[in-house]
Design a protein around this ligand. Structure first.
Ligand SMILES: Nc1ncnc2c1ncn2[C@@H]1O[C@H](COP(=O)(O)OP(=O)(O)OP(=O)(O)O)[C@@H](O)[C@H]1O
Ligand SMILES: [Mg+2]
Length: 377
C-alpha cells in the first residue's frame, strides 16, 4: 500500500470531471431524493435499466424496483443512521429487466442533504455467491469421501499392518526391510485418513465467544517458531473488535492453514505476511441455499507477497486434493472452507503476483452484537 501511495504522489494531479468518472464506472449508480425520485443515474445505470436519463430522472425508484424490495429498507436505514449499508446476495425481481442477484450499497450523499447514493453490483457478487456455493459443495463432497475412507480404508489397513508385523517376527534382515516399508506406508495412509476425519464430523459446532486476536497471536507464534521462521509478520488489528461466535480450536487450525500457505508462497528473501482484522459495518450476506441473511461483520485477512495462486487452480481452490506442492495433500483449504462454512461464515480470495489475500468473514458472538443497525431506533 505504502509503495502504491508514493507512486501516485510523484505525478501532478490531473483535473478529472466527476461525471466522467461516474460514467466510466461499470456498476450502476443512482441518487435518490427524499421523495424517492431518481435525481441522478450514471451511464451504467442507463444500460442496466435499459432507459436513458430523460426517462429515468422522471421516475420514482419504485418504478424500477418492486415495492417490497429490500433496497427501500436500506435507503431508510441510511436516512435513520446516517451510515452507509451494504447488502449482498439480494434477489431482486425488477419490472423492467427481470430477476437479478445483486449487491446493493447505499450511502448518504454527505452534503447535509437527504440524497442517498445507491450503487448496484451484479456480476461480481454473483461470482462471489457462486464461489460460496462451490466451497460448500466442495466441503460436502469431502464429507462423503471422509466417511467412506474411515470405513473402507482404515479397517483393512490395520489388518495389513498387523499381518506385516507378524511376518516381521520370522523374516530375514532383507525381508524385514520390506515389512517395515509396509508398516510405514500403512501409517502414512492412516495419518492422511485421520486428517480427513474432521470432515466426516457432522455434529454442530460447539461455539463460544472467541477473541480472534488471541487466536491470530497463537497462530503467528506457532508459525514463527516453525514453518514461517524467515517471514516478517505485519499485524494490523482493530483492538475494539467484538468476539467471534466460534470454536477456538478449529479457528486456530483454520488460520494456521492459511498462514502456512502464505508462508509457503512468500519469497524466501523478503517474505511478508500481513494479518489484519476489521469491523465491516452493515455487511450482510444471504447464505446460498437458505433464506436467512446473516450479519458477518468481522473480517480477518491473511495477505502474502508471494507469486500468487496459479490461475488454472483458482476455480477449484477449495476442492480437496487440489495442490501444486510436491508434498501437499491439498486438504488445507478444503478444511478451511468446511470450518468457515460450519461457522456460517464466508471465505474469498483475490490473487495477483506479490499480493494474495484471503478474506474470512465471521459472525459476532450473540452477546456482543451491538451495531448502529441493530440498535432500536
Ligand atoms: N497464499 C497462497 N499463494 C499461492 N498459492 C496458494 C496460496 N494458498 C493456496 N495456494 C495454492 O492452493 C493449493 C491448495 O492449497 P491447500 O492448502 O489446500 O493444499 P496444499 O497447501 O497444497 O497442501 P497441504 O495444505 O496439505 O500442505 C496450493 O497447493 C497452492 O497451489
Ligand atoms: Mg496448505
Amino acid at each position: 500500500m505504502a509503495a502504491r501511495g508514493s507512486v501516485i504522489r510523484r505525478f501532478p494531479e490531473v483535473a478529472v470531471e466527476a461525471r466522467a468518472v461516474l460514467a466510466a464506472l461499470p456498476d450502476p449508480v443512482l441518487v435518490v431524493d427524499e421523495q424517492g425520485m431518481l435525481r441522478y443515474a450514471n451511464l451504467a445505470a442507463e444500460e442496466f435499466f435499459d432507459a436513458g436519463t430523460t426517462v429515468l430522472l422522471g421516475l420514482p425508484l419504485a418504478g424500477l424496483l418492486p415495492e417490497d424490495s429490500p433496497v427501500f429498507g436500506l435507503i431508510d436505514s441510511v436516512r435513520r443512521t446516517g451510515a452507509s449499508v451494504s447488502e449482498y446476495g439480494l434477489m431482486i425481481d425488477m419490472p423492467r429487466i427481470g430477476p437479478r442477484t445483486l449487491a446493493v450499497q447505499a450511502a448518504p450523499m454527505g452534503d447535509g442533504s437527504e440524497l442517498v447514493v445507491v450503487s448496484l453490483q451484479g456480476r461480481s457478487i454473483a461470482d462471489k455467491i457462486d464461489r460460496q456455493l462451490t466451497h460448500r459443495n466442495a466441503a460436502r463432497s469431502v464429507t462423503a469421501m471422509a466417511s467412506m475412507l474411515a470405513h473402507e480404508v482404515k479397517n483393512p489397513l490395520s489388518g495389513i499392518r498387523g499381518a506385516a508385523q507378524l511376518l516381521e517376527e520370522n523374516a530375514s534382515q532383507a525381508d524385514r526391510e520390506l515389512t517395515r516399508l509396509i508398516c510405514d506406508e500403512a501409517d502414512r495412509i492412516c495419518a492422511l485418513v485421520d486428517r480427513m476425519d474432521v470432515f466426516s464430523d457432522r455434529r454442530p459446532l460447539e461455539r463460544a465467544p472467541v477473541n480472534i486476536h488471541e487466536v491470530l497471536e497463537r497462530v503467528r507464534r506457532a508459525a514463527q517458531s516453525g514453518f514461517a521462521r524467515n517471514v516478517r509478520f505485519i499485524e494490523e488489528y482493530d483492538p475494539s473488535l467484538p468476539p467471534v461466535n466460534g470454536n477456538r480450536d478449529l479457528l486456530i487450525q483454520t488460520f494456521l492453514n492459511l498462514v502456512k500457505n502464505a508462508a509457503e508462497a512468500a519469497p524466501s528473501q523478503g517474505g511478508e505476511i500481513q494479518l489484519a482484522t476489521s469491523y465491516q459495518h452493515g455487511v450482510r450476506m444471504t447464505v446460498a441455499g437458505s433464506d436467512s441473511r446473516v450479519h458477518l461483520p468481522l473480517m480477518v485477512t491473511v495477505t502474502d507477497n508471494g507469486d500468487g495462486i496459479p490461475e488454472d487452480i483458482q476455480p477449484h481452490l477449495f476442492d480437496p486434493f487440489v495442490s501444486t506442492k510436491h508434498n501437499g495433500t491439498g486438504l488445507g483449504l478444503a478444511l478451511v472452507a468446511k470450518v468457515i462454512g460450519d461457522h456460517g461464515g464466508v471465505i474469498e480470495f483475490d490473487s495477483q503476483p506479490r499480493r494474495t489475500v484471503f478474506r474470512v468473514y465471521l459472525p459476532v458472538a450473540p452477546t456482543a452484537v451491538i451495531t448502529p443497525l441493530e440498535k432500536p431506533s
